[in-house]
Design a protein around this ligand. Structure first.
Ligand code: NAD
Length: 252
């Protein structure tokens, strides 16, 4: 019987996939059958090895998503090696919490350039090829911080909120050409990004108290929904946010 989640022969690009949520997404896409281009500013060779062990094709391209020449090269190399791109997962991001009144212009610029402009550049570069084939799925990893405001996270919330509307805008523009674009909004997921935050017992317990499922998330919790949004099972879903937060925002 055909598995509708099947991604065999699909080509996926995942940004920021050297570790954390991006790495888990790259591996789960490969498990579903996709060949995966791993990209990051740090080495993605561990992710590539894990994917190759699954008997899928994979290679790493060093990419700073905030630089247009890097992004263009990432997509150009993907097309050169695989001839097409079916799935783009915009995941590379940074989070530098700081009080707004003492934060710097550099901090604001860096967060917006990587978290928001980077997603736009990658969607634009991949979208050009998807539009020609009238086929493709783009998944943007936003955050619950793209839906709600959090103290000391002004630039991060602004970037993540921007992603939610970038997603809707592209869904409206490219839907008629068969391209779907959706966001995923994770809550608290255990990765390098949240390590320091979760190390503090008081903060951790405070967060758990607000999560109905009484646990923090794992990268795999985000990867499963990404496979769903990449696959044909979700072929009538576009421009939406899938919130994966253990119920945090449902119970506010
Ligand atoms: N961990 C969480 O709780 C959480 C919650 C909501 C949303 N998110 C989002 O999920 C995504 C992945 O985060 P994570 O938790 O796995 O964090 P992480 O820090 O473990 O991974 C982020 C990856 O992005 C890469 N990266 C950073 N800047 C880059 C750039 N300029 N170009 C290319 N790659 C770059 C890093 O090298 C790293 O491999 C981010 O967009 C983050 O905002 C995370």
């Amino acid at each position: 019987m055909n598995n509708p989640f099947n991604l065999i022969n699909r080509i996926a690009v995942v940004t920021g996939s050297a570790r954390g949520i991006g790495q888990s997404i790259a591996i789960e896409l490969a498990k579903a059958g996709a060949n995966v281009v791993v990209s990051d500013i740090i080495s993605g060779n561990t992710t590539v090895s894990k994917i190759k062990k699954l008997k899928r094709k994979s290679f790493f391209i060093k990419t700073d998503v905030s630089k247009k020449e890097d992004v263009d090269n990432l997509i150009k190399e993907t097309i050169k090696r695989f001839k097409k791109i079916d799935i783009l997962v915009n995941n590379a991001g940074i989070f530098h919490p700081c009080p707004t009144h003492t934060s710097s212009e550099e901090e604001w610029n860096k967060t917006i350039e990587i978290n928001l402009k980077g997603y736009f550049l990658c969607a634009q570069a991949a979208g050009k090829y998807m539009l020609k084939r009238r086929k493709g799925s783009i998944i943007n990893i936003s955050s619950v911080a793209g839906l709600l405001g959090y103290a000391t996270a002004a630039s991060y919330c602004a970037s993540k909120g921007g992603i939610v509307l970038l997603t809707k805008s592209l869904a409206a523009e490219w839907g008629p050409q068969g391209i779907r674009i959706n966001s995923i909004c994770p809550g608290i997921i255990e990765t390098a990004m949240t390590k320091n935050l979760l190390k503090d017992k008081k903060t951790r317990l405070g967060m758990l108290a607000r999560i109905p499922l009484k646990r923090t998330g794992k990268p795999i919790d985000i990867a499963g929904a990404t496979v769903f949004l990449a696959s044909d099972v979700s072929s009538y879903i576009t421009g939406q946010e899938v919130v994966i937060d253990g119920g945090w925002t449902a119970s506010l």
